[in-house]
Ligand binder design. Structure first.
Ligand code: AMP
Length: 307
């Protein structure tokens, strides 16, 4: 069951209270693809510049990521993002965004991608996200979309239009509040689901994630970790685990989405253990299965109700 992933492939500089990285490989699309490829083959749609390393593209190909939909612009630089985390490692400021190749990105869906049942729209301009939906001859079984405050600030109308076309929206808590104008996350979820998506996932960093559908809510914890080196890409890795699990099991029921947000949380817990995509590059199927067992232990309890 194949999956299309759309998202940025980038250079990042990351500052945390404990250190600053050099220019490293990042981008929402990179994290999603690296993570989802553990579950199903991925068909990537993105754009990079002349400066993006061929070795990185080769490494993605080697793990089952098709790159026919990745444009290489010979005269332009790759997207660049510089972020700085606060002491709590849960909140961050964007210090610099250089759109470069993303400024005029017009995605092209190759013919070989037309058979996909699952579409993951990573964080990118909402106009790019909707262009991919519009180019698909048959609507995928499930369209999941991530976005961020950057697009709410500069393209709110286009963003709302794209949100009306999808099935599952992923945002973090502050973005849910910004998009809905509501402080209560429950109220925010209700308002956002009225915009179109039948499912909403609100990511809360080290406090886990909430899955909303109709009047139902399910909570996935985040794994309490001793050391968090770099939260960058955790949200994208979560998305990759979520859609990767759904695409692998071909089951888009609410029950299976509950499992999928646990898988997403487990994958995100790896991502934060090292800088950039380093940790995602090392993990094995055995690591994933052991981490999922840890999650089961984390929330497994018996309760004796006192009448
Ligand atoms: P996350 O930590 O999951 O929110 O994702 C971080 C990744 O998103 C970084 O690797 C950045 O390169 C990428 N990113 C940051 N801002 C943008 C943007 N405006 N458009 C696309 N990708 C972005």
């Amino acid at each position: 069951m194949s999956l299309i992933v759309v998202g940025s492939m980038a250079f990042d500089v990351i500052e945390t209270p404990f250190g600053k990285s050099d220019r490293i490989i990042g981008g929402a699309g990179t994290y999603i693809a690296r993570c989802a490829a553990n579950f199903v083959p991925v068909k990537q749609i993105s754009v990079v510049g002349y400066d993006f390393p061929q070795e990185e593209l080769d490494a993605l190909k080697a793990i089952g990521v098709a790159l026919e939909g990745v444009q290489i612009k010979k005269d332009e630089k790759s997207f660049f993002w510089h972020g700085k985390y606060h002491l709590d490692m849960n909140t961050r400021d964007t210090l610099e965004t250089q759109l470069n190749v993303l400024a005029n990105f017009e995605p092209i869906v190759p013919d070989s991608y037309q058979d996909c049942d699952f579409l993951m729209l990573g964080n990118l301009a909402p106009t790019v996200q909707s262009s991919v939906i519009n180019q698909l001859k048959q609507r995928p079984k499930l369209i999941v979309m991530d976005t961020m405050n950057f697009w709410m600030d500069i393209m709110l109308d286009e963003l709302k239009r794209t949100i009306s076309m999808i099935d599952v929206l992923l945002v973090n808590d502050s973005e849910a509040r910004q998009l809905s104008g509501e402080f209560s996350l429950v109220r925010a979820a209700k308002k956002i689901m009225l915009m179109g998506p039948k499912y909403l996932i609100i990511k809360k960093g080290e406090h886990g994630a909430l899955l909303f559908h109709d009047d139902q809510v399910f909570v996935a914890p985040a794994l309490p970790l001793e050391d968090v080196f770099d939260p960058t890409g955790a949200g994208d890795t979560f998305a990759g685990g979520f859609i990767g699990h759904l695409a692998k099991t071909k089951d888009i029921s609410f029950e299976n989405m509950k499992t999928a947000i646990i898988v997403g949380s487990a994958m995100a817990s790896f991502c934060v253990e090292k800088f950039g995509t380093e940790r995602l590059k090392e993990i094995t199927k055995k690591d994933i299965s052991e981490r999922l067992d840890e999650f089961v232990q984390l929330v497994n309890f018996d309760i004796n109700l006192v009448a």
